[in-house]
Every structure is written in structure tokens, then in C-alpha cells.
Design a protein around this ligand. Structure first.
Ligand code: PEP
Ligand code: MG
Length: 885
């Protein structure tokens, strides 16, 4: 098989590997595809991801075979362009770019203008008839190559450029003349020789292989690793390298470069959307150094901006671009994100890919494209990333709330966020680690800032457009972002900033609205999201195509209502202990725990009974006949105990015990390993009166709601942390006896279920006989993960991120199910449970019930439902549909 594939310039693309993203990467595969459908693509070649993997693994030099293939491919470019690489009279220049299977914007390296040296630069000048262009290209190349390949500090080069401009009294780069650039090139070469201890490589082939090596290496750079971890991209994919003939957007006023989307990536509107710069190279647009101009006349007018749009300034090239947009959308049946260059009025396509989009845009496009006949419902369902829905489910600013607007930037990523100003990524991470909400405020962001962007509620930058790094990354992460707020002036050394005329400092509260670009002082109130419209339509399609039911983990009526609005079809887990913490009843709970004997406990439980009953009445009423799984008390009792002396004193007042006695009892309850201690069904076994009270409260409430509403209420009573059949037998009998008593008292009866959680490896292994006592299983994968891995769910944060970084776990197993390991126990328990009770109902209620990858696994295992926290319910509905398709 080949390691190098040519594209464009009449190359054949008939080997399917050449258009397979896993082999030639997203960029390479799409360049071949575009060339194949007749679009103008500068010729080039792609070195496969396989070569990258080999290179990173063996660390060895490139093989002769690879070098030979690359030489042949280079010859193809030379022939197609009619110029030779390294030819001093009219040199071919190339770009060298990364291109992984999925795009990782700005994470890996790129070198442009490669092939320039002291000889070829004069050839370029002569052939183009433009000295200034040639020397400008050479200095760009020196700077980029030094940064990316030679690892020299790019600050040195920027400084030299600043000094050069200052000396000459210039303000803009555009004022630099050919001679100025030439002089700067000489300075750059000195900087390089000093830094490197040897001169800049003049051999163009050495340059090329150096750049290829740097691109491969950049796959394992720190920022790429962080990005992969945040985006669940496996480390063993590797990146392809694309070597492509340069086209120049910086050859005067008939040349330009830009990035564009076939639809608006923020709103999903069906309108071309993009930015461009006259007389510039690609990096200038993304780097946010010059402020880019609008692509279309309509967008320019809507923004009230002056500089001509591309549509107005270059009508011909723009017309061609619009034609290409239409072709690409039809071909890929999706919104495309495009890079293009116009060289002397001729349009060239440098890249296309499915465009990143906000959740709002993803929804709108998916729904509209079904309407346009471009895609079908199933494709629409698969188009929307379930996790991205999160962005839509969170509040936006209350339009009626007063706003103290400080300034307005670009609406780069939607959503509203308030938080304390932090001025660098490390501070963002530190403060958010302490539980504070922060807004990261930077001049502009770079890939080094992504951990801070992730930690922050939102991002505000002073520079950069809608396609700047900050904007692209924030949209991908679902963080609100306002970019290009040029009246923000940051003073890092004083940890302060000026926004317009207002002086602020790090730690001050601000609010940003990524939908309008507004930046406000203080915290502005928010309102709940709109769940109708496109969201409602897609959810309807998802519901039509999913098999599994989606329930929620909720215990308060407010959560239940919220979950129902989000489409929950019942409660999968009501954790009754949450009801014990209520301020009005905690003292009765403590009295019960600290009682000396059963009689004392019963006395306290008497006080709790009406409270619990009232809870369940509210829940059954709110859920209106939908199934409700209620779990009996689970946590170790000491969790409810008083901590401070004041709390002990209060308790002494209520119970009549003296403080010393209470403290001694509290001490007696101390456990070394509470998670493996006196908790779960062990409480019910040792203190049956607790479970008895809870069961009574449930049945009394169910009878009452059934009587008053006329609707059937079918409580599902769930026993936690069961490990043996006998435990469940005993507790089931207790529940059934209590039910009989209540039914006799009320002269009524109703259906109910008794089931168990599968949270211990032993329970999974013994699921066959446990199922004989249980009408349902709910996999408590939080505890099942903890007990199977022997990793404490409360202490794992300290080391798990290192485990994920080192690839020991692909993801945090408390977030995404360890399918390989814990998954085996789930599969086995499901099989064994069904073998003794074929109609057993199976669900999951650990955190994993709201995680798309885990939901996929639940579908494959044939579970009947997943249960997730209220905000995750829509995510689970969509993920369940995707899993079923
Ligand atoms: C579980 O263990 O997965 C579970 C849902 O119970 P809890 O998180 O309350 O322990
Ligand atoms: Mg549990």
C-alpha cells in the first residue's frame, strides 16, 4: 500500500484510501475529493496518518521507500505547476500542513512559503515581478519555520519587526518596503544562527523533511494532547501531512485570502458567512492581527461596517466562490467550513470540512436540511452531538433585566455567563477549582489557553474576529465567548483592566452575552431556555427512533418538573436521603441516628413519617402516573451527624441528651471506610424500622394520590447496595408486610414493584438468584465502578486525570462507563437476571445514564431505560436515538 497520495493537477484519486479520512486525514481526503469534483485545488500530496503513527512509535528516520514516494509526488506538483522546487530562477513554493482524521483547530503545526532560501528568493522576485512580495514571503517563512520546526522563540522575531517599524516611523506592516524586508531577513538569519548555533537550512529538501517531521511531532505536543483529552480523540490516530503548491493571497490588491462557512455557524441561518482580507496570507485572518472584512454585502450592511465586502470588491472571484459553496453543500450534504485564496483574481480552494457549529446552529441546520431534502430524519438525528445540546438547555440573559453595558464585542459563541474576571488561564483553572465562576479575559487566546477556557464560564477577548482561536475553540466547547472587544485594555502586571472608561480589576464580576457581544458589569439575571421550535422537532424525531426509555434522577418536585419539561418519562432514581437533609427535619434524623435503642429510633421516625409522606405525595402528583423508582436510605448514617459544637448544642436542646453523650454516640458511628461500611441495605437489615417507615410513607402517599387523582400510581421500591439474595429476601418481606398493613388500614390496594440496584460485583455475579427476588434491576454504576475498580469515587479526582493523560483509562470511568471492565459485569448481570426472570426490567441510574457513549452501550446490552439528571434528559433522548439507529 502507498504512503503518499497526490491530489489536484490532474492526479487520479481512484485509490479509495486517498479519500479515506482515517488514512489521509480530513484535510487530505477532502482536498482529493474537491479536486475530483472539479474544484480548483492547488496540486499537492498527502503523507498518510499511518506514517505518522510509525514515525512516533519507532522514532526512526524516514524510510527510503517513503522518501522515494514523496519525491515522485513532488515531481507531480512540479509538473502540474510548471515550476521546480529549489529552482533559483522560478521556484516552486509549498505549504506543509497537518491534517488529522478530525479537525483540531490550531492545535498542530503549519509551515507556509517553504522552499525559499537566499537564491530562490531572488527567483521569486524576478518571476513575480514583485520584490516586496518575495522578501515579505521569505521573512514570513523564516519566522514560521523557526517557530514551528526549529523551536526558536517567535517573540524574538516579532520584536525585531517591531523595532524595524519603529526605527522607520511605520505603523503598519504594509508600510515596509522590499528593502526593509530584505534587511529584516538578514536580522532574522542572525537571530536564527545565534539561537541554533548554525545557519538557517538553505537546502530546500532539508527544509521540507524538517517541516514534515515537525508536523508529525506536533501530534504529541502538550496542547494537542489536552485538546484530544477534552474532545475524546484517541492518541493513536496520528496526523497526515499535506504538502501543497503555494498560492498567494498577498500578491497585491487582486489577491486575498479568507475563511467561510456555507451557512452561519453561530445561528444556522442559511446565509454565506465568512471573513476575508485583501493582500494577505491565510494565517493573517485567523491570527487576529488585522481585523478581517465581511464576505457579503448584506453582512457588511447589517453590521454597519465600511470596508468593502468581498462581494463588492471582487465580484468575479466572489461569484465563483458562491458557485463552489453550492456545489460543496450538495456534495457533502452538510454545512462546509472553507479556506480559500484568491491569487490575482483566480480562486483556489485550500480546504473544506464539515463546519463546527453551535448547538443552536446544528439543530437549525439539521431540521432545515431535512426540509430542503438534503438529508433524512435519521441523518438529522445523527448530525447533532447530544452533549452539545447542553448549550441550549442553559439559561440566557433576561432581556428585561437592567444591564450596565461596558462595551460590545463580537458575538463569537452564544450563551450568557457571569463570573469573576481572571486574566490568565492558570488563574482561571485555580479559581474555578475552588468552586468560583470565572470569565477568562485575554487580549487574544492561543492554544496554550485552552485549559483556562475550559475552566471558565465564558471567554472575553480584546482582539480577533469570529474565526479567531478564541471564537472557534469556545464554540467547540460550548462556552459563551465575546471576541474582538477592542475597548478592553489589560494591564497584566497590575492584574487590572480598563473597559472603555471604566477601571476594573481581576476578581470583579462581569457578565458576557455571547449572542449579542455585550459585556456588562456585575451579574445579570438569566431566563430558562426555549424548548420548542427546532429543538422540539429534533427531539420528536429522536423519540420516534429510540427504543430505550429515558427517566430522570430527581428528588425534589422542582427537579421533577424540570425533568418532565425536558421529556423525562419517569423517575429512575429518587434518592430519599436528600429529603433527610432538609433543615426542618435534620434534627429528627439526628435524633433517630443517635438514639440508644429501637424505641428511641421509632420515636424519631414517627416525626419523620409525615414529612416523608408529604414528599412522596408531591412527587407522585408531579409525575402524574409516570413510573417512579424510589430508593430506600443508602448513605452511611454519620453523614447526617452534626459537626460544630453549636450544632451539637442545638441537638442537645431538641433531644434532651447532653452534649457529651451525643458526641460519644457520634464517635461510635465513625467508620474507617464508610463507603464500604454501614450503608445501603445494611441499614435496613440492622435497623428495619427505618426502611419500614420509608415504605409506609411511600405506600400511604401512593394510596392518597391514587385516590385523589384517580390515576394509577405504581411505586417501584428499590433496595440499594445489595450483595446477596438473602438481604433482598429479608427486605422485600419487610416492604411487603408494610404494604399489606397500609392497604388493610386504608382498605385499598395498589400494584407496586420491589427491585434492587446492582452496585456490587457480587450482586452482578449472583444476579441470577437475586433476580428471583427482584422484579427490576437498576445498575448503580457509580458504586459499581467504585467497587469494581477499587477506586474511591470521592478521592479519584486526585489521580484520575493523570491516568487519563497516560492513557490508562480512555476517559474518566466515573463519567463514561468502563465498558471493557465494568461493562462486562453489567452484561453478565443482565444475562443472568434474565435467565431466571425473563421479563425483568433493566435500567441504569449511575451518572453514566446521561453519557452518550455509555448510553450506546446500554442500548447494545438491551436495557429498558436509562436515567439521567434533569439537564441530561434531552441528551439521553438524543443519544438513545443515535444508539438505536
Ligand atoms: C450509583 O451508585 O450508581 C447510584 C446511582 O447511587 P449513588 O450515586 O446514590 O450511590
Ligand atoms: Mg450507589
Amino acid at each position: 500500500v502507498k504512503s503518499v497520495y497526490t491530489f489536484g493537477g490532474g492526479a487520479k484519486h481512484d485509490d479509495p484510501r486517498s479519500r479515506d479520512k482515517t488514512i489521509t486525514g480530513g484535510k487530505g481526503a477532502n482536498l482529493a475529493e474537491m479536486a475530483e469534483i472539479g474544484l480548483p485545488v492547488p496540486p499537492g500530496f498527502t503523507i498518510t496518518t499511518e506514517e505518522c503513527v510509525r514515525y512516533l512509535k519507532d522514532g526512526a528516520d524516514f524510510s527510503d521507500a517513503l522518501r522515494a514516494e514523496a519525491a515522485q509526488a513532488l515531481a507531480h506538483i512540479e509538473q502540474a505547476v510548471g515550476k521546480n522546487f529549489g529552482d533559483p530562477s522560478d521556484p516552486l513554493l509549498v505549504s506543509v500542513r497537518s491534517g488529522a482524521r478530525v479537525s483540531m483547530p490550531g492545535m498542530m503545526d503549519t509551515v507556509l512559503n517553504l522552499g525559499l532560501n537566499d537564491d530562490t528568493v531572488t527567483g521569486l522576485a524576478a518571476a513575480s515581478g514583485d520584490d516586496r512580495f518575495a522578501w515579505d514571503s521569505y521573512r514570513r517563512f523564516l519566522q514560521m519555520y523557526s517557530d514551528v520546526v526549529l523551536g526558536l522563540d517567535h517573540g524574538l522575531f516579532e520584536e525585531a519587526l517591531d523595532v524595524a517599524k519603529e526605527d522607520r516611523g511605520y505603523y503598519n506592516d504594509t508600510e515596509m518596503t522590499a528593502a526593509d524586508w530584505q534587511q529584516l531577513v538578514a536580522e532574522y538569519k542572525t537571530i536564527i544562527a545565534d539561537g541554533l548555533g548554525k545557519p538557517f537550512p538553505q537546502d530546500v529538501h532539508e527544509q521540507l523533511w524538517g517541516a514534515i517531521r515537525a508536523v508529525f511531532d506536533s501530534w504529541d505536543s502538550d496542547r494537542a494532547r489536552v485538546y484530544r483529552r477534552l474532545n475524546d480523540i484517541p492518541g493513536d490516530w496520528g496526523t497526515a501531512v499535506n504538502v501543497q503548491a503555494m498560492v498567494f493571497g498577498n500578491m497585491g490588491d487582486t489577491s486575498a485570502t479568507g475563511v467561510a462557512f456555507t451557512r452561519d455557524p453561530a445561528t444556522g441561518e442559511r446565509a454565506y458567512y465568512g471573513e476575508w482580507l485583501v493582500n494577505a496570507q491565510g494565517e493573517d485572518v485567523v491570527a487576529g492581527i488585522r481585523t478581517p472584512q465581511y464576505l457579503t454585502k448584506a453582512a457588511r450592511e447589517a453590521a454597519g461596517a465600511k470596508p468593502a465586502s468581498m462581494e463588492e470588491a471582487m465580484p468575479e472571484a466572489y461569484g465563483e466562490l458562491a458557485r463552489v459553496f453550492e456545489l460543496l453543500e450538495k456534495h457533502y450534504a452538510d454545512m462546509q467550513d472553507i479556506e480559500f485564496t484568491v491569487q490575482q483574481n483566480k480562486l483556489w480552494m485550500l480546504q473544506t470540512r464539515s463546519g463546527k457549529r453551535t448547538a443552536k446552529a446544528a439543530l437549525k441546520m439539521a431540521v432545515e436540511m431535512v426540509g430542503e431534502g438534503l438529508i433524512d430524519e435519521k441523518t438529522a438525528i445523527l448530525r447533532v452531538d447530544p452533549m452539545a445540546l447542553d448549550q441550549l438547555l442553559h439559561p440566557t440573559l433576561d432581556p428585561d433585566a437592567p444591564r450596565d453595558v461596558l462595551t460590545k464585542g463580537l458575538p463569537a459563541s452564544p450563551g450568557a455567563a457571569s463570573g469573576k474576571i481572571v486574566l490568565d488561564a492558570d488563574t482561571a483553572e485555580l479559581w474555578s477549582g475552588r468552586g468560583e465562576k470565572v470569565i477568562l479575559v485575554r487580549v487574544e487566546t492561543s492554544p496554550e489557553d485552552i485549559h483556562g477556557m475550559h475552566a471558565a464560564q465564558g471567554v472575553l477577548t480584546a482582539r480577533g474576529g469570529m474565526t479567531s482561536h478564541a471564537a472557534v475553540v469556545a464554540r467547540g466547547m460550548g462556552r459563551p465567548c465575546v471576541s474582538g472587544a477592542s475597548s478592553v485594555a489589560i494591564n497584566l502586571s497590575e492584574r487590572s483592566l480598563q473597559i472603555g472608561s471604566r477601571a476594573l480589576k481581576e476578581g470583579d464580576l462581569i457578565t458576557i452575552d455571547g449572542a449579542t457581544g455585550e459585556v456588562m458589569a456585575g451579574q445579570v439575571p438569566t431566563i430558562e431556555p426555549e424548548l420548542a421550535g427546532d429543538f422540539g422537532i429534533l427531539m420528536e424525531w429522536a423519540d420516534k427512533h429510540r427504543r430505550m426509555r429515558v427517566r430522570t434522577n430527581a428528588e425534589t418536585p422542582a427537579d421533577c418538573r424540570m425533568a418532565r419539561q425536558f421529556g423525562a418519562e419517569g423517575i429512575g432514581l429518587c434518592r430519599t436521603e436528600h429529603m433527610f437533609f432538609d433543615a426542618s427535619r435534620i434534627s429528627a434524623v439526628r435524633e433517630m441516628i443517635l438514639a440508644d435503642d429501637e424505641a428511641g429510633r421509632r420515636k424519631a421516625l414517627e416525626k419523620l413519617l409525615p414529612e416523608q409522606r408529604a414528599d412522596f405525595i408531591e412527587i407522585f402528583t408531579t409525575m402524574a402516573g409516570l413510573p417512579c423508582t424510589i430508593r430506600l436510605l443508602d448513605p452511611p448514617l454519620h453523614e447526617f451527624l452534626p459537626h460544630s459544637d453549636a450544632e451539637f448544642a442545638d441537638l442537645a436542646d431538641v433531644t434532651g441528651y447532653n452534649v457529651d453523650h451525643l458526641k460519644r454516640r457520634a464517635n461510635e458511628l465513625h467508620e474507617f471506610n464508610p463507603m464500604l461500611g454501614h450503608r445501603g441495605c445494611r441499614l435496613g437489615i440492622t435497623f428495619p424500622e427505618i426502611y419500614e417507615m420509608q415504605a409506609r410513607a411511600i405506600f400511604e402517599a401512593a394510596c392518597e394520590v391514587a385516590a385523589s387523582s384517580g390515576e394509577a400510581v405504581v411505586p417501584e421500591i428499590m433496595i440499594p447496595l445489595v450483595g446477596t439474595r438473602r438481604e433482598l429476601q429479608i427486605l422485600r418481606a419487610l416492604v411487603e408486610e408494610t404494604a399489606s398493613k397500609v392497604f388493610a388500614e386504608k382498605d385499598n390496594t395498589l400494584d407496586y414493584l420491589v427491585g434492587t440496584m446492582i452496585e456490587l460485583p457480587r450482586a452482578a455475579l449472583m444476579a441470577g438468584e437475586i433476580a428471583e427476588e427482584a422484579t427490576f434491576f437498576s445498575f448503580g454504576t457509580n458504586d459499581l465502578t467504585q467497587t469494581t475498580l477499587g477506586v474511591s469515587r470521592d478521592d479519584s479526582a486526585r489521580f484520575l486525570s493523570v491516568y487519563v493523560d497516560k492513557g490508562i483509562f480512555p476517559r474518566d470511568p466515573f463519567v463514561s462507563l468502563d465498558i471493557e471492565g465494568v461493562g462486562q459485569l453489567v452484561t453478565l448481570a443482565a444475562e443472568r437476571g434474565r435467565s431466571t426472570r425473563p421479563d425483568i426490567k433493566l435500567g441504569i441510574c449511575g451518572e453514566h445514564g446521561g453519557d452518550p457513549a455509555s448510553i450506546q452501550f446500554c442500548e447494545e446490552t438491551g436495557l429498558d431505560y436509562v436515567s439521567a439528571s434533569p439537564y441530561r434528559v434531552p441528551i439521553a433522548r438524543l443519544a438513545a436515538a443515535q444508539a438505536a439507529l
